[in-house]
Design a protein around this ligand. Structure first.
Ligand code: HEC
Ligand code: HEC
Ligand code: HEC
Ligand code: HEC
Ligand code: HEC
Ligand code: HEC
Length: 441
């Protein structure tokens, strides 16, 4: 079973695992090696292999631990857990297809000849990662980017109880850029002297009514992910509990938040982590700029229409959408995925999730008094999980203070420049007629 840990893909051989281990040893010594490597999904993070349920001869431990010559606490090979993760998931890393620094997934791990994972080779890039990227991301967030690569929206009709009219709601598409732009906000400050400035504040942690905006914590990859695997979506920790350096961090109660996962893909295949629809990398097609960062709960162009003469129309003349209506990323399971993800983000950001009524009902919290609903729009509708390149040049959004603070902010992991996020769903003027035609095409 140990082979399942590293996969048996077309380019892999029985020696793959050995080659990967060799690569780690050399990486540990500061050398870069280009060895052909292919990996199955899960990499060394397959819970049943690490737990001993499927094998008592696991190979994976050696990828991350040394018994006598470890360089970091808990006997890990690198000096810190984040550095360990980046030996495989970073831009110089071999051994994983996902590069969270550049925000892209490659077709195979470290198998691209002399320049492994060369970001300039578009044929090697499968697409842009759902989480964005810590140092660079490819989110087509703005109207200042190339004209073809900015957000656009399609109106659909909605009966407005207040005005008694058919008004427009929107389905939005945020495209993928062909090259990375520097991150302007991220959960971890991995861009060196770049634009991301960490605050360490677990915004909104603690129940409503807690004093202050949240404790300061030490966040790392393993605050959110379990390196040993746990069978959950993206090996997300059900009870994230980063150590607090100021204030008190309040974790969620046992058993925590379970974001359910799809089964591991077949041997030789790697999961698709990009914003392109499809479960496996082999289903991502040939265009690395395909896909949609907005990932609305409807597939973006599967929207209702207005046609009072249609036999399918309701009493307001609105014809429901036909065709595919997605409510979660491909390769995940459970109709409640969106609610699970929101609950998971809220395991640290306790005071952020809110029902629809919270826009007009005060919560009693001094800072988080009125809040936008997150039960129809999950946290990852508006935010990416790792890092964003969205720009905030506007006078109002550009110098926007953090909660309870006066310091200027960042792009807040949003997917659209300034507050285009709001326009992605709302026309507060109620003057945009329903046309069914693309806006900002
Ligand atoms: C992908 C890297 C990775 C792999 C593979 C891995 N570990 Fe770990 N392990 C870590 C990290 C990082 C920590 C430090 C604790 C943390 O940050 O979660 C750790 C902590 C531990 C700990 C102490 C904390 C605890 O959870 O009990 C033990 C014991 C351990 N690992 C054993 C193993 C064994 C045995 C294997 C193989 C079956 C293994 N690890 C595979 C990365 C890994
Ligand atoms: C604040 C929590 C958090 C931190 C910190 C974090 N991640 Fe993630 N990560 C997530 C979430 C949530 C997802 C799922 C994103 C989605 O599907 O929208 C994810 C997804 C991923 C993926 C799948 C690819 C993708 O972009 O969707 C990889 C690989 C990954 N993380 C690795 C890492 C590594 C390595 C680090 C540290 C450098 C890290 N993560 C730090 C929360 C976190
Ligand atoms: C030895 C290489 C290696 C190391 C070290 C490593 N990973 Fe991975 N990881 C992989 C591979 C291979 C995959 C499969 C997907 C891919 O190719 O990126 C993977 C997948 C993941 C995923 C997606 C899991 C899923 O449910 O689909 C996450 C999240 C992740 N790694 C986080 C981490 C974090 C956090 C660390 C550091 C504690 C880490 N990895 C260290 C090789 C590695
Ligand atoms: C409808 C879009 C939307 C949704 C859904 C959303 N956010 Fe936000 N979030 C924003 C915007 C916009 C900002 C920028 C600050 C502002 O305008 O208040 C922000 C800022 C933040 C910040 C930075 C601190 C701050 O308040 O400025 C955190 C943390 C955050 N959101 C967490 C969450 C969590 C957790 C969820 C899910 C429970 C969530 N958000 C859901 C739009 C959204
Ligand atoms: C393990 C706790 C933890 C989890 C889980 C978590 N966050 Fe955070 N979040 C933090 C911390 C700590 C910061 C401050 C990071 C920094 O700037 O150093 C932060 C910052 C943010 C910010 C502000 C970024 C900025 O521009 O400064 C947003 C937005 C945000 N989180 C949204 C989310 C969303 C969405 C999720 C779920 C996908 C999530 N968080 C899950 C701990 C967490
Ligand atoms: C993903 C779509 C989406 C995004 C993005 C979004 N909203 Fe909303 N918003 C909703 C929905 C759905 C409601 C629930 C009430 C409704 O249907 O109008 C709502 C409610 C509201 C309300 C309360 C209206 C009422 O009648 O109760 C306000 C105000 C509001 N949003 C403002 C904003 C602002 C400001 C932004 C940008 C920070 C934003 N919204 C982003 C979907 C969205």
């Amino acid at each position: 079973m140990s082979r399942a840990v590293f996969g048996t893909g077309a380019r892999a051989s029985v020696a793959t695992a050995t080659a990967i281990l060799g690569a780690w040893l050399l990486l540990g010594a500061g050398l870069i090696l280009s060895v052909p490597i292919a990996s199955a999904d899960g990499g060394p993070h397959v819970a049943d292999a690490n737990s001993g349920l499927t094998t008592l001869t696991a190979d994976s431990c050696a990828g991350c631990h040394r018994a006598h010559t470890a360089q970091g606490e808990y006997l890990i090979v690198s000096t810190t857990p984040d550095a360990l993760c980046l030996t495989c998931h970073g831009s110089a890393g071999l051994g994983a297809t996902t590069d969270v620094t550049l925000g892209i997934q490659f077709r195979s791990a470290g198998s691209l000849g002399d320049a492994p994972q060369d970001e300039t080779d578009p044929t090697a890039v499968a697409g842009a990662l759902r989480g964005g990227g810590f140092a660079y991301a490819r989110i087509g967030s703005g109207s200042d980017a190339s004209a073809a690569l900015r957000p656009s929206r399609l109106s659909y009709p909605r009966f407005d109880g207040r005005g008694g009219r058919v008004v427009s709601r929107f389905s939005t598409l945020v495209p993928v850029l062909p090259a990375g732009l520097a991150a302007t906000s991220a959960h971890l400050d991995l861009d060196g002297d770049g634009g991301v400035t960490g605050t360490g504040t677990a915004w909104g942690n603690g129940p409503l009514g807690t004093a202050g905006a949240g404790p300061t914590v030490e966040l790392g990859c393993t605050s959110c992910h379990n390196p040993h695997g746990n069978g959950r979506y993206r090996i997300l920790n059900p009870i994230p509990a980063p150590p607090a350096t100021s204030g008190t961090f309040t974790p969620v109660a046992d058993p925590g938040i379970d974001v359910t996962d799809a089964p591991l893909p077949p041997a030789g295949e790697t999961r698709n982590y990009t914003v392109i629809p499809g479960t496996l990398v082999s289903e991502t097609g040939t265009d690395p700029t395909a896909g949609d960062y907005w990932r609305s709960w409807r597939s973006w162009d599967g929207v209702p229409t207005y046609d009072p003469d249609s036999p399918d129309a309701d009493s307001h003349g609105i014809v429901p959408a036909t065709g595919s209506i997605g409510d979660q990323p491909a390769g995940t399971v459970g109709a409640s995925w969106r609610a699970q993800m929101t609950a998971w983000c809220a395991a640290c950001h306790t005071r952020y999730p809110a029902p629809r009524s919270a826009a007009t009902t005060p919560s009693g919290d001094a800072i988080y008094m009125y809040r936008h609903q997150t039960n129809e729009s999950e946290c990852t509708q508006c935010h990416v999980a790792h890092g964003s390149n969205a720009a905030m040049p506007g006078a109002y959004s550009g110098d926007f203070p953090y909660p309870g603070a006066s310091t200027s902010g960042s792009s807040r992991l949003l997917k659209i420049d300034n507050r285009g996020t709001c326009q992605a769903c709302h026309d507060p003027t109620r003057t945009v007629p329903y046309t069914g035609v693309l806006d900002n095409p």
